[in-house]
Design a protein around this ligand. Sequence first.
Ligand code: ADP
Length: 709
Amino acid sequence: MSQSELQLSYQQFTDIFSLTKTATALHLGEDAVIYAANDAMLKVWGKDKSVIGKSLGDALPELVGQPFIDMFKRVWLEGLVISGSDTPADLEIDGEIKTVYFDFEYRAVKDTAGKTICVLHSAIDVTDRYLQKESRERIKEKEEALQREQALNEELAASIEELESVNEELKQSQESLNQINNDLEERVQERTLKLLSSNDELAAINEEMHSTNEQLLHTQESLENMIIGLAESDARFQSLVKQAPIAITVLKTENLLIDIVNNKMLEIWGKDSDVQGQPLAIAMPELQGQPFLTILQDVIKTGKPYFGYESHAFIIRNGERVEGYFNFICQPVKNGSGVTDSVLQVVTEITDQVTARLKVQKAEEMTRMAIEAAQLGSWNIEPVTKALQYNDTLARIFGYEGIGPMTYEQAINQVTEEYRDKILTEIDKAVKLGGNYDFTYSQRRFNDDEIVWLRSSGKISQDDQGAYTIFSGVVMDITEQKRDEIRKNDFIGMVSHELKTPLTSLSAYMQMLQLRAKKADDAFTTAALDQSVKQVKRMTTMINGFLNVSRLESGKIHIEKNRFNMADLVKETEEETIALYASHQIIFHPVEPIFVNADRDKIGQVINNFISNAIKYSKLGTTVQVACISVNGMAQVSVKDEGIGIGEADIKQLFTRYYRVQNYDTKHISGFGIGLYLSAEIIERHQGSIWVESEAEKGSTFYFTIPLS
Ligand code: ADP
């Protein structure tokens, strides 16, 4: 492009340009040689007139690497218009690179043939407008973020409320579950006891019967001797029979004439001595249709004795029909010519014993039926040989379909690894020390390998010599309850986890605000924020508690042991505690260096829990004492308060999940009953012990020990 092709002279151009306030320049060729530029453009570029005639790249070397030189080239070659607004460009102004924002246009100016003759470049510096807009946007964004935070906070409050109601629900179902378990346990124990006592009774009855039988045999022997010895002396024989302390009669011939009968026998028959000389069938017409007349006649006929054992008979005794059970012997008696013509009968009434035994058998049967109806598996383990007996329901619960009976070893093998050693220890303990056995565990079913949850409870009882011989009990399938528990637990874990995120951000904002308020010397806001931070900390501790319970239940709690000095941990706790509680006098006794190998955070958590409970459950202004000493190779921490104390019945359950003492004093103190449960689990995982010594109304001392490093 040559100057001669332009309609206007260069001077005319520049004159026109200088009239406009808009920064304007004309460029020629691919390299955007500056043909003309008005003062406004020179100002934008931060350059003087010496740039005229130079390519854009030479005139403004800082543009190399930015997109503008290429854009010029495209506009020149392709005859385009490229424009932009709020476009940043880095320009060197007064020797310094600055970012300037432009609304700009590169426009190809064409001749009548459509050929590009130059590029008209106009630009408006909109840096101020842009920066203002930016800052307005940032303010708006901040406002929006704040609104979002507010919404989150509201959400948080709602979720916490929900969590509390879930917890309440959980607590209630837990309580009703406990109630059901306790009821069931009581019922089972009652039945087991009944069963055991009936067993004892039965054994006694059997023994008695056994001795009665022996007595009878003995009697029979002596009778035989008597008969032989006294056959010739009838009178003597008769008087002997009459005086005998057992019921005896002698019946003669096939008519069974009552030849001799003693008082004992008359008592059993419920007849008087008039019956003597009568045929038995006449004296006792009720015997018709019962087997005894035939039996007696057969003895005479065959000459063979007969033993009746627990024979059932009914007799009209003094005009009244009575039923009874009898043992008897029918002994054939020979006359002088050696022919059997009589039968001597000795009878013992055993109605009481048999009825008692039948009663026991019935009770046993009822217990068995109750166990079946309750879908309880029942078992019996021989303490020494470990021989196992069980009912059908147990086999079904275990999914056992084997051919022979299931052995103790087979049953134990199905217990999941997590519980196998524990159940063996529990059984061992019950067998050696006696008392109750109650264990909840999981095992694999024999037939399909499915995991089932079982609760097994039983009792070991002593025999007469004091040896533990009967170890028996029941087992029930609690898989559904356990699954329910797992689902609730997962839900709590999830909710607590979700709650933690907004809480963390809330806490961060509050700390920022706290700093600002302190800087601005705003005493009220500072104090209000101090309180808020404390409350958020409390809430975080609570949520962490739930999270930990949930982790614990699902076996995900992680203990990370490191060697550290308990004295340092107690010192840190002291600093935190003193800052947190002004309501009580808290005395920290001096601690010698005591090294342990433990999870520092979790042990800290246990100490904090002891202290916060001591404060929570004692009156304002009372004293709490914290000590840490080393005893028998263990580090022992104790927290003593002068508070409401704990009754004996509650102490036993204090460390179980969700357990809270329910009385007038604790009614208005809030809590979830998980602190001590978590503490106990943490200490157990350190092979330590945890316990409390307490007296209602006087105060409590909570202790834990963990091994020294
Ligand atoms: P929470 O205090 O949240 O209920 P914990 O598991 O920490 O849960 O305590 C369980 C229960 O033990 C409490 O509800 C309370 O009844 C009782 N308890 C704990 N510490 C003390 C104490 N120092 N004095 C009296 N009772 C206590």
